[in-house]
Design a binder for this molecule. Structure first.
Ligand code: NIG
Ligand code: FE
Length: 423
């Protein structure tokens, strides 16, 4: 990974989100903004944040890239901590059925849904998945994302699960974005095991998980704990076996039906529990005491026409709340951070300060990386985004439109959308 040295000078706001672990409750409101400040990066690492005037020519002479951020704000790169971005084929027809009132679970029960993407992904070559993966990652960079998590789970067999994870490993080398990989073999009941989900879980635990582990293909393990998909008992077994092997845990929990996924996440010490539209009060309480990050996915609730997760209660109950896109071909075909910000601030009762915390330091916490990324702090990776407006308050205000102007990854400028007005 290339590393650069850069000075971003005179920003009207440096929104540091300062901190080295996830922020809970009221802490989420404090973005620790430094006004009229510059950020200095050496060899990919943030080394100074200052309000002092700088000798910019001196920096340029020493080989630093110099960026004038006058009238602009600088934020940490966003961390999209929950996506399924490697998949083959699309499900546009299903989305139209949903618009016409057919539910996500009804489509699944009729034999559609995730298994359709499984077919598409099994049939798509590794090379083609890499090509389309690059395109999707480029789009995320345009929204200011600098680290993304990606899950397998569109294979449901050894060959394709491994193929998806290898694609992400390859993309991590080819693309400047950092990719964190999650093994999600138990994402749906495959047609071959429709009537026998226990046997499928055993296959995943006994045959696929050991290969993923031995080959170091994933850092996290995840499962879709949902009525008519995998029960709490099946989820407990799969995740416990993954934990024994050293995988960190995530869980798709209480998305459609209140099954007890939040409680299970707390019991197993998962790093995050995700979705949580139906999480119980007790589940929320247990997640708080176990320090599980609550990852909320508003674009999915929007796309499924479901009610949003209870973000306000979770923050008021002092949880660490993260926000993520859940980009996937079925329940949420969007990687749009501006849409996510619009929904969180306008529909879920989150302030823009809480929303930014949830997309930066708390997204990093959901990936167990809050000590390395997610804030503008000395010693952290220089993943920085210059937004075209003077304040972070423009992010929700410019509704549904990206305010990103420049993206800096490891101190290297990887995107610059700045333009001069023609007259
Ligand atoms: O997070 N809920 C399960 N998994 C994905 C949906 C995947 C799909 O529909 O393809 C989710 O929403
Ligand atoms: Fe998901």
């Amino acid at each position: 990974m290339k590393k650069g040295s850069i000075v971003i000078s005179g920003a009207s706001e440096v929104v540091t989100c300062s901190g080295f672990k996830g922020k809970s409750g009221a802490q989420m409101q404090d973005l620790k903004v430094v006004r009229n400040a510059s950020v200095i990066v050496e060899d990919g690492i943030i080394t100074r944040i200052t309000t002092e005037p700088l000798d910019l020519k001196g920096f340029a002479d020493k080989g630093f890239t110099v960026v004038d951020a006058t009238g602009k704000c600088v934020l940490p790169g966003f961390v999209d901590s929950h996506t399924h971005f490697v998949f083959g084929g699309y499900r546009d027809e299903e989305y139209n059925w949903r618009l016409n009132g057919v539910s996500y679970m009804e489509i699944m029960n009729r034999g559609g849904g995730i298994v359709n993407s499984v077919k598409g992904t099994r049939e798509t070559s590794k090379e083609d998945l890499i090509k389309v993966g690059i395109k999707r990652l480029n789009s995320m960079v345009g929204f200011g994302v600098t680290t993304v998590e990606g899950k397998s789970g569109y294979g449901l067999d050894m060959e394709t699960e491994i193929k998806q994870l290898e694609v992400m490993k390859e993309l991590n080398k080819l693309h400047s974005l950092d990719i964190v990989t999650t093994f999600m073999g138990p994402h749906a009941r495959p047609v071959e095991y429709k009537q026998n989900p226990d046997a499928f879980i055993n296959y995943m635990v006994e045959e696929v998980l050991p290969v993923v582990d031995e080959r170091g293909l994933a850092e996290f393990a995840d499962i879709f704990c949902e009525q008519n998909v995998f029960s709490v008992e099946q989820s407990r077994y799969f995740l416990s076996e993954a934990k024994k092997r050293g995988f960190k845990l995530k869980i798709h929990a209480d998305e459609i039906v209140q099954l007890g996924g939040a409680e299970l996440a707390a019991e197993l010490g998962a790093i995050s529990a995700d979705h949580l539209l139906q999480a119980s009060d007790e589940g929320i309480r247990l997640m708080k005491s176990a320090g599980v990050v609550a990852t909320l996915l508003p674009c999915t609730a929007f796309s499924l026409k479901e009610s949003y997760a209870r973000a306000r209660k979770m923050i008021d109950d002092d949880l660490i709340v993260a926000l993520s896109t859940d980009f996937n071909p079925g329940s949420c075909f969007t990687e749009s951070i501006p849409l996510l910000i619009a929904l969180a601030t306008n529909q879920m009762g989150m302030s823009i300060e809480e929303t930014i915390t949830a997309l930066t330091i708390n997204g990093a916490a959901a990936l167990d990386r809050a000590d390395q990324i997610g804030s503008i702090d000395i010693g952290k990776k220089a993943d920085l985004v210059v937004h075209e407006f003077p304040s972070y308050r423009f992010l929700p205000y410019h509704i549904g439109v990206s305010t990103v102007e420049k993206v800096i990854k490891n101190g290297v400028m990887i995107l610059d959308k700045q333009y001069d007005l023609p007259y």
